[in-house]
Design a protein around this ligand. Sequence first.
Ligand SMILES: NC(=O)c1ccc[n+]([C@@H]2O[C@H](COP(=O)([O-])OP(=O)(O)OC[C@H]3O[C@@H](n4cnc5c(N)ncnc54)[C@H](OP(=O)(O)O)[C@@H]3O)[C@@H](O)[C@H]2O)c1
Length: 290
Amino acid sequence: MPIEHFSRIISGVMTWGEWGKNLNTKEVAQLISHTVDQGITTIDHADIYGNYTTEALFGGGFKASSLNRNAIQIITKCGIQHLCPNRDNKVKHYNYSKDYIIWSAEKSLKNLQTDYIDLLLLHRPSPLMNPAEIAEAVQKLLKDGKILHVGVSNFTPPQTDLLKKHIPIAANQVECSITHTQPMFDGSLDHMISNNIAPMSWSSLGSVYKKDDERTRRITRVLDTLSKKYSATTDQLLLAWLLKHPAKIRPVIGTATPERISLAAKSVDINLELEDWFMLLEASEGHPVA
Ligand SMILES: NC(=O)c1ccc[n+]([C@@H]2O[C@H](COP(=O)([O-])OP(=O)(O)OC[C@H]3O[C@@H](n4cnc5c(N)ncnc54)[C@H](OP(=O)(O)O)[C@@H]3O)[C@@H](O)[C@H]2O)c1
């Protein structure tokens, strides 16, 4: 399935397992069904989530949900060698050798109990990545039908270009939100528009609910006003703010709370007026645009 058909809001499962809610198989099955019922069909994983355990938790939950595999699109990531009891690493590092990429993707397939990954992302750029070697691994996985698309995450435009010479890059997942607006100004999103690369944002709500500082208080004051105007919750407005960008950002949401997932799904119906969008930007920056 082409990336354009992935759901506009993507559900991230980083906190569904050991790194957060510790859901059991039945709860995962229910949460998957709920998420898909809301129209959020694309699910964001990484091999490392839950210290390399969350893919398998999800795989069991998906099986128990009795949904068809083609009802969802699975994104997962590879490349981070994390320090945890499940891996024999001496230091946290990145590995983009041909053998490791193939081994990692195959392990993800097994854990997820599926035959294919819709989109495999290289999780973070490594100073030692060799584009020709990465291309060999990716081409094999594509040829074998084990992955349908490849993309990157947290890559700058030049890092993306380095790989793009060898393999088609379908997506780049970067941190982007009202409190992390850099991709809108450092050329990252412009580069994605120009190169037909689908942008996905992580930490899409930024630090609004995580920090209580001058900046988040300014943002919250504007959100509270707009909340009444649009009859929307503040988290919906934060997603609507990203959705208005012409790069067609696909926000990855991190919540494992069913009500918040439902609200996020409905944020696609909110069209922020131009001046309201800039009012939020001004609250974030602390000054008007030049
Ligand atoms: N590519 C990368 O390098 C990268 C890095 C980090 C994350 N990710 C992906 O992005 C996804 C989202 O990441 P994130 O955790 O940074 O996302 P987030 O959307 O900022 O969510 C973080 C937490 O905020 C809470 N939350 C959500 N809405 C809230 C609200 N209205 N009020 C108060 N708290 C609220 C949620 O808790 P509840 O669950 O309790 O609702 C959630 O656990 C991850 O699951 C992962 O798939 C990718």
